[in-house]
Design a binder for this molecule. Structure first.
Ligand SMILES: Cc1ncc(COP(=O)(O)O)c(C=O)c1O
Length: 385
């Protein structure tokens, strides 16, 4: 009996998918056997611009020929341009960015900055929250099966029910350094934070002099119909974690904060590859494209219509359809794995969020016909209401 070759990624959940993808353009992915798929989430939220956006490709090619890597101790015009572009999209209270290489690192930096700047230990996060898998970020992540094998985790992390302002308020006290939340929970099942909850998080942090961080690794850069999801509730955090789509698919993480908080930060934090010219060139191109083509507006328009359409799925099989922009969760009354399998057979790649939620994170540039075909495939597989 032949054993399939291991690809070195066996620790990752994604590697359980047997499909081998070799090429991509926009929302189309091509498998090794030549079959074409429509990406309804296969890029795990790192593909707001789809695969191989031509402007990002050109920027990477040009930068690779100039300078791929530079230690962060040196000035870099492309890094300067990228940071100026990013900060220009954010409220003026922001002004400092720590660049790293992934979402978990962006959260890790937020935790370190908050502990150091406040001199306090406690981090308040939420049930169902997902913030990454390095030990600090994992300590803020909720799911037991992700945490248990690695315990003891970092002390002083507490979790409260999401969308419960009173519980959050009760958990925040003079020992609290940071309240850390996703404005829309992604991995936890696509739960949209209410304006009231996000505002109460701001108020609770202010009440005790703690900091508020929004983890927008998945929600950022237009995904929810605004450039940043915190804009929906008009709640500005002290720290913002970004990654995934920030550099058009090139690894990057960013922790954004204010000059005042940076000044309170004692100690040091650093990443060799953080802020490298290649990622910054890709990031600059990705941000320019996102703004110029109003991709947040497109996500809002396409997402609103998709949600409306999916709300007609049959209630015998679907408990709830929820989401914001092109971040959509369909909570089933059954396990999601066979539905994902059936969609894949029809040429559509989507994601789970837990055992029963079908999650859609299509590229914001997806052709309307491809999106419509994807929704039709979902209707065929789950049934029409
Ligand atoms: C909200 C959120 N935070 C953090 C992470 C971790 O990002 P990364 O896998 O780049 O470390 C993810 C990844 O899915 C995420 O969705």
């Amino acid at each position: 009996m032949s054993v399939p070759p291991r690809d070195g990624l066996e620790f990752s959940e994604g590697s359980r998918r047997r499909l081998a993808i070799v090429r991509g353009a926009g929302a189309r992915l091509i498998a090794e056997d030549g079959r074409a798929y429509v990406d309804l989430g296969a890029t795990h939220g790192a593909g707001n611009l789809g695969s191989c956006d031509p402007e990002v490709v050109r920027a990477i090619q040009a930068q690779a020929a100039e300078l791929i890597f530079l230690g962060s101790g040196y000035e870099s015009p492309v890094r300067r341009a990228f940071l100026a572009k990013l900060l220009g999209l954010l409220p003026p209270t922001f002004g400092r960015v720590f660049l790293s290489n992934s979402g978990t690192e962006a959260v890790e930096a937020a935790i370190k900055i908050a502990r150091s700047a406040t001199g306090r230990p406690r981090i308040v996060a939420a049930y169902r929250g997902f913030h990454g898998r390095t030990l600090g970020a994992l300590s803020a992540t909720w799911r037991k099966e992700l945490r248990a094998p690695f315990e003891p985790l970092v002390p002083e992390f507490v979790h409260v029910p999401y969308n419960d302002p009173a519980a959050l308020d009760a958990a925040v006290d003079a020992r609290t350094a940071l309240v850390l939340l996703e404005p829309v929970q992604g991995e936890g099942g696509v739960h949209v934070g209410t304006d009231e909850f996000l505002r109460s998080a701001r108020a609770a942090a202010d009440r005790v002099g703690a900091l508020l961080a929004f983890d927008e690794v998945q929600t950022g850069l237009g995904r929810t119909g605004r450039m940043f999801a915190f804009e929906h509730a008009a709640v500005v955090p002290d720290l913002l974690a970004l990654a995934k789509s920030l550099a058009g698919g090139v690894p990057i993480g960013a922790t954004v904060t204010s000059p005042e908080i940076e000044q309170r930060f004692q100690g040091s934090h650093h990443s060799t590859f953080g802020g490298n010219p290649l990622a910054c060139a890709a990031g600059l191109a990705a941000l320019e494209r996102t703004v110029r083509d109003d991709l947040p507006g497109r996500a809002d328009r396409l997402g609103t219509a998709a949600l409306e359409r999916l709300r007609h799925l049959p209630p015998e099989r679907v408990r709830e359809v929820r989401g914001r922009g092109l971040m959509i969760g369909i909570e089933l009354r059954e396990r999601v794995a066979p539905v994902l399998e059936a969609l894949e057979q029809r040429g559509f790649l989507a994601l789970p969020a837990g055992a029963t939620v079908l999650r859609l994170l299509p590229p914001l540039v997806i052709d309307e016909d491809d999106l419509s075909a994807g929704l039709e495939a979902i209707e065929t597989v789950i049934g029409r209401g």
